[in-house]
Ligand binder design. Sequence first.
Ligand code: ADP
Length: 637
Amino acid sequence: MSEKMQFQAETKRLLDLVVNSIYTNKEIFLRELISNASDAIDKLRIESLTNKSLEIDIEPEIFILPDEKTKTITISDNGIGMTREEVIANIGTIAKSGTKDFLDKLHEASGAAAQELIGQFGVGFYSAFIVADKVELITRKVGTSTASGVKWTSDGAGEYEIENCNKEINGTIIVLHLKKEFTSDDTLGEYDFTDVYQLERLIKKYSDFVRYPIKMNFEIKGKAEDEPEIEIRTINSMKPLWARSKSEITNEEYDEFFKQQLHEWEAPLDVLHVKAEGTIEYTALLCIPKHAPNNLYYSDYEAGLQLYSRHVFIMDKCKDFLPDYLRFVKGLVDSPDLPLNISRELLQQSTGVKVIGKALEKNIQKQLGKMLKDDRKKYETFWKEFGKSIKIGVYHSVFDTKLQDSLKDLLIFPTSRDGKFSTLAEYVERMPDFQKKIYTAAGKDSAAIDKLPQMELLRDRGLEVIYLTDPVDEFAVAALKKYADKEIQSITQENFELDDAESQKVKAEVEEIAKTREDLLKDVKAAIGDAVNEVRLTSRLKSGAVCLVTGEGGPSLTMEKTFSAMNNSLFKAKVILELNPNHAVFKKLENLHAQGKDSPEFKDLCNTLYSLALLIEGFMPENPAELANKITDLLTK
Ligand code: ADP
């Protein structure tokens, strides 16, 4: 039965990009298809460990067959294969979260920026369309009959055709019908992918560590002069890189390894190669990618390391080695001390895994610490991509002071000093003697925080403030509470006060005024209603008229928003509206109050002040149209 089907919309958009070849590197298609073939053989091996009825006595192999006459390359594997449903699900759709966001971003970017973006998003199988204008995929799932083969064909233009067919053995065959510029027809072309030696070069370059033999036919001189014979050769060395000694491995080899082994599209930011020979022997080859994957914080992101035992692949995405906050670390662990056919469940309880995991976690922390010290620029690149993960780690370390101690010095934040990143230690080092606490302020970005009315006095006094611009920042510093015995204090919380004599004097004055304005404050609160928990006078403002602050120890307004986005409305911020008694608008408020606390003018002013305070903090008032009307009235008065 032959059927024509449409690609899912996002897949089609992605395909357009591939076909219109934004990839400068045309060669990588082969690496991608070989990686898929090798994964398919892995899957078959794992399946056969648990499903004894599968009799697999053929040696695993990947075969590459270029053909000058038909202008094709055929890539076949004897791996697990796919059913019809699996072909439709795997090849017709892209299931990753964030694909749409990614495509939208890409749409806006151009040139080098687009190149970089696309590099972060592996398109895997679709890379076939970089070099081919028609792709056929013939596959048969292991354990099914000869007649249950499936043939998928597409020219990458929006539709594909799928039909049943016969296939002798399990596995997948991919036939690439090459575009003219990749054949010998195009004499000016850079590449002729129908040439075995070109392909041999690509396999050696990109797929040397693939753990199954990649074979090709070579013509050699036969006995008779004009009758060449065919010799089958294995191209790749298959020797695992991690088994070699570190000093013998070049950076390029590491880079290529991660690209081919982990389907990375670019060289990693940092590599960690650990060999341990204690009670438990293991080798780990880990990397921090240059860019965070689009779905890093989505539930379909699969963290985890590959697991090998004596160089034999056991399991992909093994989550039990590293804690969640290191979910961005990729790589593999090879240990002879872990049993070959261990199940995921048993693995979780394995002390070996725990010991290795703890050691790796320490190693990664140490390596990051070293990067921060020795190569600040690289660390900031890391931080922009993965800092969020470390902050989540700090947040989760509330009850684990040891973890907190090992992570707190990895934190960096921009500060009001010059907008540059600073560690907490560097901040504390710069604190003047009279400053007792570490000051923080949260907002959507540095510019928004800079404009907070609460910042004015601090700026005047030359005090530096740490900017918390990611919602998770506030959670992280709330978990820390202190650094180097100095309390961390938000300048937008109720108990904030400056310690210097001048500030203390102003504070005492305001407290005096407040004593005589109790009625006024009570009536302002009544006019606004439950939206605020308290109204009071403040000494933290200079030229600003109003501000909002939140209760000590409780969530801030942004935290409350984050909680409610997670459908958790239990965490409510205690909201306090603060008025500057030295501002002209306060005098106006007093005058209107004197005319009567129930007068519409008084109530209006109270609510307008509250709305403005919300706006200043970056929140939308409940009824923006009403506020706009009031302001328009004021402007025309
Ligand atoms: P990725 O490899 O990143 O998952 P691909 O687009 O390369 O993305 O492939 C999508 C899916 O198609 C794979 O996850 C796999 O399930 C399936 N697939 C691709 N190539 C093969 C193959 N040679 N044999 C079996 N399954 C394959």
